[in-house]
Every structure is written in structure tokens, then in C-alpha cells.
Design a protein around this ligand. Structure first.
Ligand SMILES: [Zn+2]
Length: 388
């Protein structure tokens, strides 16, 4: 497609696709799950752990890195890959989601989003152009456009107006990136640390299928390298999320990867792969690990539970992760209750292994043409409710 970025579908099984995403920092097997490294680190584990787990791509948050340490410093360090010593691909979000969810007094106008830093209260204006510039300095392999997120907790009352604004912002973002790709049109104040960076457009429209269709048509016309489905998993019922995902994925170009932002539970990954999604990210496995929740193929397991006090079996006897191969439920419970930092590390290693292993199994099943069987088996054993 562009500049070292391409996507190839290797196998199909129903609507599920197994593919290969080529980026300036290597090839990623899809469907892929990206662990979230908010501030340039996946909480509680090291980059070496991520490599050992087989993570092929991570996500980093533009909002956090822009505020601290600042994209200027990251650019002077040679870009985020060098700064955090991660050689594999990185995707950065635009910062919009955090402005809408974390920052105080966000004022959204056509120019951009004005917000106060959650760190020191300082006032900032993030425009679509600025979001492109910041991500160019960070040098991620995939940059996202700034969009206006609409969810049940959104400050915007009119999802159609927000969707239309996202389209206007997407156009400005695309124009800015195209100027950057032209050596004559470059802004000397912006250091491009990864010339092969791809840019994804984001489909909005809340849970209204007609708005989603309108958003797809206008956004695809702008010719992004690929497209994301945004504004879901923000409190809507899960069957609505599946319906909107299925509807939107079917309307997106077949030959481009489809990225469902911020989802979800392990069964969500499988259900959305079944609807044609190729890329996922979610804080759930890492955040829940730090809260003492281990995710297994039978469902979540709250490690602090008293019934594990003398349980010398591994968290999941079938899991091949470092934690399950070495430690018992009783030991992990003890670490968690004692407030040992190692508890977060070991729980995170397990949860990420489980997610990444589930993706490996999904890809394998698509390759063998047995994805539907895999999906049904997973549904039979997995429960969203804690294991008893
Ligand atoms: Zn494990």
C-alpha cells in the first residue's frame, strides 16, 4: 500500500480472516491482540517479557506521552521504538479518547479539543493536525486520526454531529500526513522519526447503523491505509457491540485490516474475529491482573478468594505460561494479599499469555478451516462470571 505498510490475507474461514500485516518494524500475524503500553511500558512487565510472550505489536497512548515526557524528548531520543527499546511494531492512538475520559474541562470545537492536563491542570489544545505531528515525532508504525468519541458517557449529546466532526477532523488529519510525506511540504518543527508510518481512519456513529454507514463512506473515500471501528465498548450491551461491529466491518474495504478499538473480554475477541475484525487492543488483561483477576478459558479467577488459601494447584493447569508452570494459587494469593509487586508481574504474565495464546489458537483454527468449531468450544467452557 504505502511506504512499507501492507496487508495480505492468507486464509479465510467464514468472515474470519488470517492475515499478515507488514510494517516498518516487521510483520504481524493477524488477527492480533496488542497489549497496552500506556506510557511507553506495559505495566508490571518488561519489554523482554513481552518478547518472550510473543507479543508482536503494542499500543502506546499519545495523550500520556505528549504530556509526559513530551513528544519532543521522544523525537530527540530517536522515536518511541528506541526510547523504550522495543524493536517490534507500535500503534499509537490519537489522544482523543483520554481527553474525553481523563482530562478535565474539555471544550470541543471544530478547531480541536481543549483540555486541562490531569497531571498539572495546564491548558492544551489538541487539533487534528497536532495529533498527526505528535505521532510523527513518536514514530509509531500506525498512527490514528483524532476523532470525537461518542458513548453513553460522552459530553456530546448529538452522535450525528460528533460523527460529522470526526469526518472533518479525519480529512484534516489526512491532509496533514500527506503534506508530511512530501519533502517540500514538510514542517521543519516536526521531526519524523518513522517515515513509513501508516495512518488509520476511525469509523464513528455510536450504535446507529445508518450513521456508521455514513461514516464508513466518507472516511473510506479519504484513502487511509486502513480503518478502525471506534466508539464501542463504552457501556453499550454486548450484543449491540457485536451487531455494530458486524455491520461496520462488512462495509469496510476487504483488502485492509480492520481494527476494533478498546475491546474486550476473551469471548469478544473471538466473536469479533467471526465478524471480520483483524486487530484488537484492551487494558483488560493487564488492568485486571493488577487487581488480582486471572483470566482463564473457563472464566475469571479472583486470586484473593479465601478458598485459594491452601490451593497448591496452578491458576490454570492447561496454561503454558511462566506463572502457571511455576506457581500455585496459594502463593499468588499470598503475594497479592501482601501487596508484593511481583503479584502484578506474575498475574500480568499469565493474562497476556492467555490473550496472546487465544489469538494464536484463533489464527490456527482459521488456517485449518475449523474456526467455527473453536468458537463453539470456547463458548461452551468460557464464562464471564468468576469461576466458583
Ligand atoms: Zn498461565
Amino acid at each position: 500500500m504505502t511506504n512499507g505498510f501492507s496487508f495480505r490475507i492468507l486464509q479465510r474461514d467464514g468472515l474470519a480472516r488470517r492475515g499478515e500485516l507488514t510494517t516498518p518494524h516487521g510483520i504481524v500475524q493477524t488477527p492480533v491482540f496488542m497489549p497496552v503500553g500506556t506510557r511507553g511500558a506495559v505495566k508490571a512487565i518488561t519489554q523482554r517479557d513481552l518478547e518472550d510472550l510473543g507479543a508482536e505489536m503494542v499500543l502506546a497512548n499519545t495523550y500520556h506521552l505528549y504530556l509526559r515526557p513530551g513528544d519532543g524528548l521522544v523525537a530527540r531520543a530517536g522515536g518511541l521504538h528506541r526510547f523504550m527499546a522495543w524493536k517490534r511494531p507500535i500503534l499509537t492512538d490519537s489522544g482523543g479518547y483520554q481527553i474525553f475520559s481523563l482530562a478535565a474541562t474539555a471544550r470541543i470545537e471544530d478547531e480541536g479539543a481543549e483540555f486541562r492536563s490531569h497531571l498539572d491542570g495546564s491548558l492544551h489544545l489538541l487539533t487534528p493536525e497536532r495529533a498527526v505531528d505528535i505521532q510523527a515525532q513518536l514514530g509509531s508504525d500506525i498512527a490514528m486520526v483524532l476523532d470525537e468519541c461518542v458513548g453513553p458517557e460522552s459530553r456530546t449529546s448529538d452522535p450525528r454531529q460528533a460523527m460529522l466532526r470526526s469526518i472533518r477532523w479525519a480529512r484534516r488529519s489526512r491532509t496533514r500526513l500527506q503534506q508530511m510525506r512530501d519533502p517540500a511540504g514538510r514542517d521543519a518543527a516536526v521531526t519524523i522519526t518513522n517515515p513509513g508510518q501508516a495512518q488509520f481512519g476511525i469509523i464513528q456513529g455510536g450504535t446507529d447503523l445508518a450513521l456508521r454507514t455514513e461514516s464508513v463512506q466518507a472516511t473510506v473515500e479519504m484513502g487511509f491505509e486502513a480503518y478502525a471501528i471506534g466508539g464501542l465498548s463504552v457501556g453499550e450491551p454486548v450484543d449491540v457491540m457485536y451487531a455494530v461491529t458486524g455491520h461496520t466491518a462488512a462495509e469496510l474495504p476487504d483488502d485492509r485490516p480492520r481494527y476494533l478499538m478498546g475491546t474486550g473480554m476473551p469471548d469478544d475477541l473471538i466473536e469479533c474475529v467471526a465478524r471480520g475484525v483483524d486487530m484488537f487492543d484492551c487494558v483488560l488483561p493487564t488492568r485486571n491482573a493488577r487487581n488480582g483477576q486471572l483470566l482463564t478459558r473457563f472464566g475469571p479467577l479472583a486470586i484473593k478468594n479465601a478458598r485459594f488459601a491452601e490451593d497448591l494447584s496452578p491458576p490454570d493447569p492447561d496454561c503454558g505460561c511462566y506463572t502457571c508452570r511455576h506457581f500455585s494459587r496459594a502463593y499468588l494469593r499470598h503475594l497479592f494479599l501482601s501487596g508484593e509487586m511481583t503479584a502484578a508481574t506474575l498475574n500480568t504474565l499469565h493474562n497476556l499469555y492467555f490473550y496472546l495464546d487465544t489469538m494464536r489458537r484463533i489464527r490456527e483454527a482459521i488456517g485449518f478451516g475449523s474456526f467455527e468449531k473453536f468458537r463453539q468450544e470456547f463458548q461452551r467452557t468460557f464464562s464471564r462470571r468468576p469461576q466458583l
